[in-house]
Design a protein around this ligand. Structure first.
Ligand code: HEM
Length: 133
């Protein structure tokens, strides 16, 4: 009974997160690629400048969490449907869970702790606000 309720929540989560991910991913691609210079303009200053802004921090973390949970839960269902050996199923589903958890923790740490103005780095590679003041 409890498993059924969880599966139902999972079914709803996959539909809702799928719709949200479309908006988040296309915004992400548009902002990163449609700047002057296109993909070649992505450098440390660009990324550090974005991640110094709380809006982009929360945007990225939402994208990170939704994409990883959506992708991992999707793979969990595929494994559940196609892998018949119980031990192999357990190993695969545990590996999926562990890798998603590690990526979520590391990605979240990067987004919230990246130092945009590391001491000793040449000013030419840093965002312009590092030299102001
Ligand atoms: C041509 C395609 C892509 C380019 C050029 C690109 C570029 C970038 C860049 C420059 C960053 C770091 C700064 C920022 O937040 O914008 C980033 C971060 C990120 N991208 Fe993309 N991206 C692409 C496609 C995607 C797709 C398809 C997804 C998800 C399905 C995605 C998910 C993410 C996530 C979750 C982060 C934050 C990672 C973290 O630090 O934890 N990206 N991307």
């Amino acid at each position: 009974m409890k498993t059924l309720r969880l599966e139902r929540l999972g079914w709803i989560f996959m539909r809702v997160s799928g719709v949200l991910l479309i908006g988040l991913i296309f915004t992400h691609l548009f902002v990163n690629l449609m700047q002057e210079g296109g993909v070649k303009a992505i450098d440390f200053a660009f990324v550090a400048g974005k991640l110094a802004d709380p809006f982009w921090q929360w945007f990225d973390v939402t994208l990170l969490w939704l994409a990883l949970i959506h992708g991992t839960n999707g793979m969990r269902v595929v494994v559940d449907d196609y892998v018949t050996r119980p031990r192999l199923k357990k190993v695969l589903q545990t590996s999926l869970f562990v890798s998603a958890a590690v990526l979520i923790v590391l990605g979240t740490l990067v987004v919230f702790t990246l130092d945009p103005c590391p001491v000793g780095a040449p000013a030419s590679i840093l965002p312009s606000f590092c030299s102001a003041g």
